[in-house]
Design a protein around this ligand. Structure first.
Ligand code: LMR
Length: 398
């Protein structure tokens, strides 16, 4: 039956973790997957999550959730994404469905797009998170791209982006990273977001915000929703794919939310019913535990305050690692300009390393990262930063 099936190509991100785990070397370093580590390189369970676990222990029921997931969780999640006082929430114009983290939220969105806008295309920044392309391709949506990153400046190609947005057919779908762009760590400024939003309005494009890193760009979850706020103020209807993997450290719980701002309460109810209908044959209804944890934290002022502190602590540690990595590279005499390490934001540094240099780092130094040169700064620690800098210097010096 399956003799004709060849092996699938390795995933460009999770495949790096597989190779890292298979390496028996003691000094190996994983700066591949975007998963937070403490300064000892260990995964972290946030204190607020541990406390929420204790609160729900023994009282958590095990019933099926509805197809759209836990209503209380969805309500709290959209407040976090759009703001507590957001008019679109007050007007009950937001369709919201609990999703299997950010990936699941994107997949529900892609399927909805395909089902109700079958002729539409979707545009992604170059580069983007590799799985975006898989998700929309598997949902049979035509995938296109727009300029975003300028390798020369290691910053935003604002003109290129605006030109491509302008040239896309009116009423196209665009996936934008709400904050802490993955993989480049390059976001538009507030002023640039405003210009993007007004051009999108002119073009009548629909934006799907992928917000997997709320809190990781600035250390402040409210600041990190500025792009969404700007778009809403301009009267856009947007969608948002939220993930609690990174900002609550709930990676394996697969907890996220897809929300879609609609024209009216009735339209939102219709859209929500369709999205849950898409979920039903895929996985019926989402898992409980993560929704319980997030809802417990976001609904309790004390736990929420602790969570916000912990998000900031994670973001601050990453910032410190950026400074240290740059300092070490400059300190050992690298002639390359490493300013972008500290200029870029969020979990990743788009280093500028070539695939050949990344291969050399892996082969000679047991340092694992994606071949596009993305370094997950969350995997850098005070213990490995010097080793990493030395290895990078060796493979990049002329
Ligand atoms: C990443 O980009 O490393 C994360 O979003 C993990 C993943 O699923 O790819």
């Amino acid at each position: 039956w399956w003799g004709h099936v060849g092996p699938a190509p390795k995933d460009p991100i999770l495949g790096v973790t597989e190779s890292y785990l298979a390496d028996p070397s003691d000094g190996k370093v994983n700066v591949g997957v975007g998963a937070y580590r403490d300064d000892n390189g260990q995964p972290v369970v946030l204190e607020c999550v541990r406390m929420a676990e204790q609160r729900i222990a023994g009282i958590e029921y095990m019933e099926y959730l509805p197809m759209a997931g836990m209503k209380r969780f969805n309500g709290l999640a959209i407040k976090l994404a759009y703001g507590d006082d957001s008019p679109v929430i007050k007007e009950r114009r937001v369709a919201a469905v609990q999703a299997l983290s950010g990936t699941g939220a994107c997949r529900l969105m892609a399927d909805l797009q395909h089902r109700f806008r079958p002729e539409s295309q979707v545009f992604f920044p170059v580069p983007t998170w590799s799985n975006h392309l898989n998700i929309w391709r598997d949902a049979n949506v035509m995938v296109k791209s727009f300029r975003y990153y300028n390798p020369k400046t290691k910053g935003l190609d604002f003109e290129g982006m605006m030109e491509d947005v302008k040239n896309a057919p009116n009423g196209s779908f665009f996936v934008l990273h709400a904050c802490a762009h993955n993989p480049t760590g390059v976001d538009p400024s507030t002023e640039e977001w405003k210009e993007v939003s007004s051009l999108f309005k002119e073009k009548n494009h629909f934006v799907v915000f992928d917000m997997a890193y709320q809190g990781f760009a600035s250390g402040d979850t409210s600041k990190d929703r500025q792009a969404i706020r700007i778009f809403l103020e301009d009267g856009h209807q947007v969608a948002c794919a939220q993930s609690f993997a990174k900002n609550m450290g709930l990676y394996g719980q697969r907890i996220g939310c897809l929300s879609i701002v609609c024209h009216s309460e009735m339209e939102a109810a219709n859209v929500q019913s369709q999205v849950q209908q898409i979920a039903r044959p895929m996985y019926s209804n989402p898992p409980l535990h993560g929704a319980h944890l997030v809802a417990t934290i976001l609904s309790d002022p004390g736990l929420k305050e602790l969570w916000l502190k912990e998000v900031k602590m994670m973001a601050d540690r990453i910032k410190l690692m950026r400074s240290l990595l740059r300092e070490h590279l400059e300190g050992i005499g690298s002639q390359i300009n490493w300013e972008h390490i500290t200029k870029q934001i969020g979990m990743f540094c788009f280093s500028g390393l070539t695939p050949a240099q990344v291969d050399e780092l892996t082969k000679n130094y047991h340092i694992y990262m994606t071949r596009n040169g993305r370094i997950s700064m969350a995997g850098v620690t005070t213990k490995n930063v010097e080793y990493l800098a030395h290895a990078i210097h060796t493979v990049t010096k002329a």
